[in-house]
Design a protein around this ligand. Structure first.
Ligand SMILES: Cc1cc2nc3c(=O)[nH]c(=O)nc-3n(C[C@H](O)[C@H](O)[C@H](O)COP(=O)(O)OP(=O)(O)OC[C@H]3O[C@@H](n4cnc5c(N)ncnc54)[C@H](O)[C@@H]3O)c2cc1C
Length: 168
């Protein structure tokens, strides 16, 4: 259930907690789940994907693709093909970029569900080596419903997964 943060009840236990839902965190969570572990993925943003999917690699590549296309069209003049001056519709371009991001970030959420990885939206902080405090990230000031929430505590147990639990 991305975004609601309700899966980490106070005192909840998890066999393995992965902090951070970026390209470092989610493959680790998936791998552990594939090996039969009970995995909780804690991410402070509502939708996992990290910098790469939300703001870095993916959106930049979507825009670079468009830039490359414009560059090639411009260069083509020297090969005897001249295109009309392009009209850039920024809102449409942004929508295209957002659609690419949404498709991929949505895919990460689906993969979490398919593997039974519990997704919790919270900021994690270690209280000790086996205890995490999970705080709902502060909302933007402009959101009228902003209201502080109490920290939740998630304890990690050291139960080892037996090979028989391993999923295909
Ligand atoms: C413009 C740009 C273009 C890029 N292009 C490429 C590229 O083409 N190829 C490439 O390989 N790399 C690229 N990168 C780099 C790539 O984005 C990063 O290497 C990658 O995102 C790192 O992944 P990560 O999982 O380590 O961290 P992040 O992507 O930063 O993900 C970490 C996630 O964990 C969350 N988090 C952090 N601390 C906590 C906490 N205590 N509790 C809960 N959640 C937490 C963060 O909010 C974030 O969502 C690019 C970066 C930028 C900015």
């Amino acid at each position: 259930m991305p975004g609601d943060g309700d899966q980490a009840d106070s005192g909840a236990r998890a066999e393995l907690v992965v902090i951070g839902g970026g390209p470092g965190g989610y493959p680790a969570a998936f791998d552990a789940a594939d090996r039969g572990m009970d995995v909780t993925l804690v991410n402070d943003e509502a939708i996992p994907g990290g910098v790469c999917l939300h703001r870095g690699c993916i959106p930049s590549k979507a825009l670079l693709h468009v830039a490359a296309l414009l560059g090639e069209a411009h260069e083509a003049t020297q090969w005897g093909i001249t295109f009309a001056q392009p009209k850039v519709e920024l809102d449409k371009l942004r929508s295209f970029k957002e659609s690419v991001v949404k498709k991929l970030t949505g895919g990460v959420g689906e993969l979490c569900k398919a593997r039974g990885v519990k997704l919790v939206q919270a900021r994690a902080r270690f209280l000790d080596s086996t205890t995490l405090e999970l705080k709902k990230p502060a909302r933007r000031k402009s959101w009228p419903s902003a209201k502080p929430s109490s920290p939740r505590v998630l304890r990690r147990s050291f139960r080892r997964s037996s090979p028989s639990k391993t999923r295909g």
